[in-house]
Every structure is written in structure tokens, then in C-alpha cells.
Design a protein around this ligand. Sequence first.
Ligand SMILES: CC(C)(COP(=O)(O)OP(=O)(O)OC[C@H]1O[C@@H](n2cnc3c(N)ncnc32)[C@H](O)[C@@H]1OP(=O)(O)O)[C@@H](O)C(=O)NCCC(=O)NCCS
Length: 189
Amino acid sequence: MTVPTLMTARLILSDVLAADPVAYQRNFNNYDVIGDLADAVPWPYPPDGVLAFFETLRPEQGKSRWAWAIYLKSDPAEPIGNVDLRRVAPENRGFWLARQHWGQGYMTEAAGAVTDYAFENLGFETLILSNALGNTRSRKIKEKAGAVLLRTEPAGFVNPAYTHREVWELTKESWQSRRAKKVSGCHGE
Ligand SMILES: CC(C)(COP(=O)(O)OP(=O)(O)OC[C@H]1O[C@@H](n2cnc3c(N)ncnc32)[C@H](O)[C@@H]1OP(=O)(O)O)[C@@H](O)C(=O)NCCC(=O)NCCS
């Protein structure tokens, strides 16, 4: 199974392993981005960090893991983020976006396309999601999607100010009923 290219109104998502690793590293290697991630990610981020990530991912990509690089349609050579789906929980989806592109709704759009793909093409019935307690940007994306908070539990993040994570469940039914309402709402306007 391959990782298909997904298109949204403003974005292109394609197999992360085809991304320019230098540009990817330039956009990822920022404490504002990495500080919010689980402490499995090294900080300071090593110069070969993205190449090491690609090599770890390669045997799983399109089999038990599906990872996309995000591009603006207006700049299809510059990978500005990632959405990563994993078959096996504790967490089925992760994402990051380059700092200079926050606040424009891009991750809601990118994660939406990947979530559709997970439910419609990969057979997921639920997605278990998580974020650091206090990472309100990531939390809001889950709330907007219709995810339900299951629990809060201790966890380590790159930014040591975070000490717990929130664990969410997004069901296929909840996601698809939100999507359907949004579509009919748009047609009704
Ligand atoms: C979390 C993260 C991916 C959010 O990315 P983002 O693109 O800014 O997130 P959103 O898609 O929610 O957009 C943010 C805001 O843009 C606003 N926005 C502006 N223009 C918009 C548009 N055209 N369409 C939709 N929203 C728009 C929205 O109001 C939204 O805010 P709201 O949720 O309060 O309504 C980003 O901050 C990040 O990479 N953080 C570090 C890594 C991280 O935390 N990863 C997750 C670990 S669990």
C-alpha cells in the first residue's frame, strides 16, 4: 500500500519520504514546534534528525504508518509540516506545522483530509489522539473535530513545563456526522 497524495482547498499532502529533507529540517527544527512534542523527540534537534526519522519510518510507511508532508499549493516544493497516522495506539495521529504558518487554519484542513482517509480508506473505526495538557492549539483541533476527552495522565514532553497529556477518542461516527453537517451548512448558505 502506498501513501496517496491528498488535496485540500489550500494544501497538498504527499508521502513524507519524498520531501526535501533539508527544507523539512529547517521548518521542523524550532523549539516552538518541538517543545510541544513528546520527549521521544531529541532536543537540541540533531543535524541529521530528519534523515534518521525518514529511515525509521521507511519500513512502516504505507503498511502500519502513513506520514504525509504538507505543502501550500502556492509553494509545492517547501514541506511546511507533517501529519502522521499510526495503526497501533497509544496514539493514532500526530502533526506539526512550521511556526510561521500557524493561525490560518492549515492544520485543521490537513488533519481533516488525513482523518477522512483513515476512516474511509484505512478502516479505522476510532482514532486515539493526545496532546500535552496546556497545548491549547492542538487541543482545539481535537475539539473542533468532535473528539471526546477520555483522561489526563502523566507524560513527558520536550518542554518540561508540560507534565501531563490529554487522551482523546474520535469515532468515525462522530467525525462523519460533523463533516456531513458542515457540508450541508455550506450548501445552505
Ligand atoms: C498545533 C498546530 C499544528 C496548530 O496549527 P494551526 O494550523 O495553527 O491550527 P488550526 O488549523 O487550528 O488553525 C488555528 C487558527 O487559525 C484560524 N484561522 C485563520 N484563518 C483560517 C481559515 N481560513 N480557516 C480556518 N481557520 C482559520 C482559526 O481561527 C484557528 O483558530 P481556532 O481554532 O481558535 O478557531 C501548530 O500550532 C503546531 O505545529 N504546534 C507545535 C506542534 C504541536 O503542538 N503538535 C501537536 C502535538 S499534540
